[in-house]
Ligand binder design. Structure first.
Ligand code: 5GP
Length: 213
């Protein structure tokens, strides 16, 4: 972040870096997001395909700030679109980043934790695996992903954490689609979910965000 940008916080201390960063995320979603059938929010210009590396580091740092002191020992995400944000968050928290790999068959060896995840964007089920040697009962895991919609990806990762006997610190998400059930369901189950932007509505008239996102 530039010196001029940092000066903003000196003159306007109420304007926290976190607040500016997340306002910047909402602004970019409004400016660059495309709404596709599904509904799917396409943010391929900075988050999912082409990635704004500096911005990604800021998003990861903000998730890390929210989970500082939560005793996180490892970050778990799912390939492929969660990996960049997970790396950014892992670099800020100084913990390893592990990703669940998509597996071609459901026949996998005993050295692996495995679970089945329903893909929101592709409408199919797929198996994901994590090698047992990288996750065990001594871990306290932060789940990180780019999007939260119906919560299936996070449920799959929670299943893997359960199989490992590890603890879950919570979930950190870049964009939650608040009009879908995942966020509410996971929070009701007791999971801490932190989303940097929560889309309340998106349609031809524009995109609205939840005030506390
Ligand atoms: P869920 O499992 O919560 O239903 O969906 C989350 C996963 O689906 C994320 O890992 C993300 O890759 C993908 N996803 C869900 N909704 C969207 C969306 O609106 N846009 C994009 N780009 N990906 C999405």
């Amino acid at each position: 972040m530039s010196t001029a940008f940092n000066c903003l916080f000196f003159y306007f201390p109420e304007l926290t870096k976190a607040g500016v960063c997340m306002k910047a995320l909402e602004d970019r979603i409004r400016a660059e997001g495309k709404i596709l059938p599904g509904p799917v929010l396409k943010v391929s210009s900075f988050l999912n395909h082409q990635m704004d590396a500096d911005f990604m580091m800021e998003l990861g740092a903000e998730l890390a700030r929210r989970y500082a002191g939560a005793g996180v020992t490892k970050i778990l995400t799912i390939e492929s679109s969660g990996i960049a944000l997970a790396i950014a968050c892992g670099a800020a928290l100084h913990v390893p980043v592990l990703f669940a790999k998509k597996h071609r068959t459901s026949n996998v060896s005993g050295d692996l934790y495995q679970t089945i995840v329903h893909s929101y964007t592709h409408g199919t089920d797929y198996t994901v695996v994590v090698e047992r040697e990288y996750l065990d009962a001594s871990d306290r895991v932060l789940i990180v992903d780019d999007f939260l919609a119906n919560g299936k990806a996070i449920e799959g990762l929670l299943d893997i954490i359960r199989q490992a006997g590890a603890e879950t610190a919570g979930a950190g998400i870049a964009i939650e689609k608040g009009f879908q059930e995942g966020g509410a369901k996971l929070r009701e189950s007791g999971l801490r979910v932190e989303s940097l932007a929560i889309v309340e509505r998106m349609n031809a008239e524009g995109i609205e965000f939840r005030a506390e996102s």
